[in-house]
Design a protein around this ligand. Structure first.
Ligand code: XIL
Length: 312
């Protein structure tokens, strides 16, 4: 194949990217690569709570609608991200008392999922609900509602769009470790309780030279629970500046991740968290690190791109 989307499609998968609203609205080079290489998109921020319901009961979908319209015109499916998270959620939500918080969550899901009904391939229903030790994350959600909000969120999402695949999504769950095992155990429990969960998202914010050796095995154990698995936010960062050695190692790492997904039938697709180093969350959050994506700031394909294409 000569593009990521064609290679993925030939393997019965998709290749996706997070999309930033700004360049989607006004940067032709960005749009050219986006539409040539990817057949799935995720809104980097436009579907989060602070964007879609900034004040109680007042919904705004401008940037998200623009993304969905663009995707439909270019043969791209859409992953919805995300409904229930402890970040990028307005303070009016965080300040609610328990009973009102539960109602607000259900109302938010009904509105947002309902607005996009029939247009979303999969929703990240809950995001980052575990801590790195395998415990349940302490957040305003869990502090007020315990763990019950998780099942309630999936139930509300299924009611609002029965065709959308419903995912649990998290980071540092790519290898077999206490956090991914906590996720595994919760998915198994939810399924046994009849909670409508269809998929597991492994964010895959990785570091060059540190791709877990048991990534494929971990994907497989989730698949064996009877759910789909997706790599939802892949990037592989390095200490900047980059050099040819680091870029070559990054190529190997992107190749290994792609190969691991393709080796598991129920690993349905890979989404990179942006495609150009011009627009990446990494340098803003991980000091001194960057160059995490398959294209450089000038939209030239890096070795990482070839590493993925070679695996398809
Ligand atoms: C990040 C976006 O990339 C940034 O633009 C934003 O400022 C913060 O959120 N895990 C997630 C994503 O699930 O939503 C986050 O996206 C990155 C970490």
């Amino acid at each position: 194949a000569s593009t990521l989307r064609d290679g993925a499609a030939a393997a019965g998968r998709y290749f996706g990217t997070a999309v930033a609203a700004g360049p989607l609205s006004n940067e032709s080079q960005y749009i050219t690569v986006l539409d040539r290489e990817f057949n799935s998109v995720t809104a980097e921020n436009a579907m989060k709570w602070d964007a879609t319901e900034p004040s109680a009961g007042s919904f705004s979908y401008g940037s998200a609608d623009a993304l969905v319209t663009h995707a439909q015109a270019h043969g791209q499916q859409v992953r919805g991200h995300t409904l229930v998270w402890h970040n990028q959620t307005p303070s009016w939500v965080q300040n609610l008392a328990a009973a009102d918080l539960r109602t607000a969550m259900q109302n938010h899901i009904a509105n947002v999922v309902g607005h996009f009904k029939g247009k979303i391939y999969a929703w990240d229903v809950v995001n980052e609900i575990f801590d790195d030790n395998g415990g349940f994350r302490s957040s305003f959600w869990s502090q007020k509602l315990g763990q019950t909000f998780v099942a309630d969120a999936f139930t509300a999402a299924r009611a609002a769009d029965p065709a959308a695949k419903l995912y649990i999504n998290d980071y540092n769950v790519e290898g077999v470790n206490s956090k991914s095992t906590a996720m595994y155990n919760l998915v198994r429990t939810l399924k046994s309780q009849g909670v409508p969960i269809d998929g597991v998202g492994l964010q895959a914010h990785l570091i060059v030279g540190q791709v877990p050796s048991d990534l494929q095995q971990n994907i497989q154990r989730f698949a064996d629970l009877g759910v789909d698995v997706a790599l939802t936010e892949l990037d592989i960062r390095m200490q900047t500046p980059s050099d040819s050695t680091k870029l070559a190692n990054q190529r190997t790492d992107y190749n290994r991740v792609t190969t691991a997904c393709l080796a598991v039938t129920r690993c349905v697709g890979i989404t990179v968290w942006g495609f150009t180093d011009k627009y990446s969350w990494v340098p803003d959050v991980f000091s001194g690190q960057g160059a995490a994506l398959p294209y450089n700031e000038n939209y030239q394909a890096k070795p990482a791109y070839t590493g993925m294409l070679d695996a398809l």
